[in-house]
Design a protein around this ligand. Structure first.
Ligand code: HEC
Ligand code: HEC
Length: 339
């Protein structure tokens, strides 16, 4: 490089030099804060899964984002694509930004604190941000809900997208191009190096590119920085615990009500049941508790199934998406507001 610059200086002068500075080949290959974590892993020899897209465009990303947020986009022939679901959009149940302050630990208490700070929805589905960095989907107890349908989805995010379009969203199968553009959007919101490494670590990573013997360590280190799957444990209401249930914090309960329940139960939300902030609503909740103490736990832990003629259902919260403490927080908020 030095020799080359010297030649340029003595030879063709400054015009060439500034050209060199615009496209320095060495910098092109260096990883930056904005490099995708996927790229580093695959460059270092981590096997690229079969579902990974060969190529995609900015247009694909835009269209994928529109399907996820609005339920439709412009189709390849220039018209408007059909709604994936007439009941839901994907973001009724999933965020598209980081929702766990420590990416390697999907802890609902830490997630709630972070959601309050950032004013983020607190939902049953896991965020799409980093979804393609996970290595399995529909994990653990989702087998109990969807049976053999989860088998292909477990190993292949394309199948997970299809499963959720049809089952979670009560929608239709996605066309190939729709699946492709959603995946392109997911890749665009996959982890970047700045999400998981400090500047000093990125510099070290760049230095180690020249040392293939260090690649295996880097792969382990990088994959240790985030959750490789979203764990899912189905739980029953804690009937047996009786009065030993945790004492609720009404301030956190209010946040859960606003960021979670009202995300769907607001006016014109995906549920017909509107939960507002009136004393009337909270008094009704309290009457429901009087009739059945476990009412709220059952709503959270079982969700609500759709009934004939009315497709929308309420997905339940797994242990990883809401704790028993948080259910009690919500209850204590209802009690406070009903006074
Ligand atoms: C009614 C709620 C709901 C809607 C609507 C919904 N999902 Fe989901 N989705 C879930 C739940 C619950 C899960 C299982 C928990 C989880 O995210 O891991 C899930 C899981 C997923 C997963 C696997 C996540 C993982 O890490 O295991 C993907 C991918 C996904 N959904 C894509 C979509 C797409 C694409 C749409 C829109 C077409 C959509 N979902 C609409 C509730 C929903
Ligand atoms: C992802 C969207 C979503 C979220 C989040 C959500 N719900 Fe629901 N909920 C629904 C849908 C859809 C129904 C089905 C009934 C309907 O469409 O009107 C429902 C039904 C219910 C019902 C039964 C209403 C009835 O009388 O039939 C209760 C109670 C309920 N939800 C409580 C809650 C509570 C408490 C929270 C927060 C912890 C919550 N929901 C969060 C979507 C949601």
């Amino acid at each position: 490089m030095k020799k080359l610059l010297l030649i340029l200086f003595t030879g063709s002068g400054l015009i060439f030099l500034s050209f060199m500075q615009l496209s320095p080949s060495e910098q092109d290959s260096a990883y930056t804060k904005n490099s995708y974590v996927h790229d580093v892993l695959y460059d270092m020899g981590f096997p690229k899964p079969a579902w990974f897209p060969a190529n995609y465009t900015e247009e694909d990303i835009r269209r994928g984002k529109e399907i996820v947020e609005n339920g439709y986009t412009d189709d390849p022939s220039g018209g408007r694509s059909k709604y994936v679901s007439v009941y839901y959009v994907c973001t009724n149940c999933h965020n598209s930004v980081i929702e766990d302050p420590v990416l390697s630990n999907m802890d609902p208490e830490a997630r709630l604190t972070y959601a309050i700070e950032k004013n983020l929805p607190f939902l049953q589905g896991t965020t799409f941000y980093g979804a393609t960095n996970r290595e399995t989907w529909y994990n653990d107890d989702y087998y109990k809900k969807y049976g053999d349908l989860v088998k292909p989805a477990k190993e292949n995010i394309r199948e997970a997208i299809q499963l959720c379009a049809m089952e979670c969203s009560k929608g239709r199968p996605l066309l190939q191009w729709e699946e492709d553009v959603i995946l392109a959007y997911y890749i665009s919101i996959s982890y970047k190096l700045s999400d998981i490494l400090t500047d000093a670590e990125i510099a070290q990573l760049n230095a180690d590119v020249a040392h293939p013997e260090k690649y295996a360590d880097w792969i382990t280190r990088i994959r240790g920085k985030y959750a490789l799957k979203s764990p899912a444990t189905f739980v029953e209401p804690p009937y047996e615990k009786g009065n030993s249930l945790p004492v609720g914090d009404p301030a956190r309960g209010k946040a859960i009500y606003n960021l979670s329940c009202q995300h769907c139960h607001k006016a014109y939300g995906c549920s017909d049941n509107v939960f507002d902030d009136s004393g009337f609503t909270f008094k009704k909740f309290n009457r429901d508790f009087e009739k059945d103490y476990w009412w709220l736990f059952k709503a959270v832990r079982h969700g609500f199934y759709s009934y004939p003629g009315h497709e929308p259902y309420m997905p339940h919260y797994t242990a990883e998406r809401m704790t028993d403490q948080q259910v009690m927080d919500l209850k204590s908020y209802f009690v406070q507001e009903a006074q």
